[in-house]
Design a protein around this ligand. Structure first.
Ligand code: NAD
Length: 257
């Protein structure tokens, strides 16, 4: 599944979906460098870029990407996994500082890193990018900036795929459903989200595991997906398929059990 040329850069790689993806890619023989705003090693052989890397800061992203390529070689794979969850709020309570932070990191940050890395890939006529969007970008929810930002990530994925399709750079997105990461567990612990409710509404009756998102990302980066660009692949344990069934009394197994 792996190709051994160049390195794969994973943003938000110190935790959650980014860390699971970096670990899996390294197990598949890729050279992987992780960057994070709060950098923390996740173990050999994944390489930690120890300078804090803020995807929302375009200037330091440009400087960081150049320095990473000088130190470790050309980036041929990029996983944009850095992100922050949205604040769940009634519309009256949406604070524009929160709106700006979520859009800056989740949408603008994804574009900034894709631009900095993708232009280099396009010049070398080789590369693959996977952006981590969300089912929240495909549905509605009381997380106003987050849903808009993630819908934007799905959109820029298509635009960048069209931009670079002719120069050998593929760009795809995955849209995780509710995934058992520390960030989600914190939201459950705070009472903002309810695990039973999240599981009940997914066709498979459970949360997604980080490794399952990592596997989809690894596939999209690999030559096995050589003909695929511009798609958004939900990895959601059937959340989109199942969530509307609540209107009809719930998913079958729940009705009969
Ligand atoms: N966990 C879920 O249920 C879920 C569902 C759908 C989408 N997602 C998306 O998956 C991605 C990863 O989320 P996660 O659940 O693994 O969260 P997480 O908090 O476990 O990991 C996110 C990582 O991104 C880093 N980060 C945050 N802001 C950053 C910045 N400005 N610059 C660089 N790094 C930054 C954090 O330090 C952290 O290491 C996010 O884009 C999130 O929106 C998560």
């Amino acid at each position: 599944m792996a190709t051994n040329d160049g390195i794969t850069l994973v943003t938000g790689g110190s935790r959650g979906i980014g860390a699971a993806t970096a670990t899996l890619l390294a197990e598949h023989g890729r050279r992987v460098v992780i960057v994070d705003i709060a950098p923390e090693a996740i173990g050999d052989p994944v390489i930690l870029w120890s300078d804090p890397f803020d995807v929302a800061d375009a200037q330091s992203v440009a400087v960081g990407v150049a320095a990473i390529e000088t130190a470790h070689g050309p980036i041929t794979g990029l996983v944009n996994a850095a992100g922050v969850f949205g604040k769940m709020n009634r519309i009256e309570r949406v604070r524009m500082e929160s709106w700006n932070r979520e859009v800056d990191i989740d949408l603008r940050g994804t574009f900034v890193v894709a631009q900095a890395v993708g232009v280099r890939m396009a010049a070398r006529r080789h590369g693959a990018v996977v952006n981590v969007a969300s089912v929240a970008g495909m549905t509605s929810g009381p997380i106003h900036a987050y849903t808009a930002a993630k819908a934007g990530v799905i959109q820029i994925t298509q635009t960048l795929a069209a931009e670079w399709g002719g120069v050998g750079v593929r760009v795809n997105a995955v849209s995780p459903g509710f995934t058992r990461t520390a960030a989600l567990q914190a939201a459950i612990a705070s009472g903002a989200l309810d695990e039973d409710r999240l599981s009940r509404n997914a066709a498979m009756g459970r949360l997604v595991e980080p490794i399952e998102v990592a596997q989809a990302i690894a596939w999209l980066l690999s030559p096995l997906a050589s003909g695929i660009t511009g798609i958004n692949l939900p990895v959601d344990a059937g959340f989109i398929a199942g969530s509307t069934w609540d209107a009809y009394g719930g998913l079958r197994e729940r009705q009969t059990s």
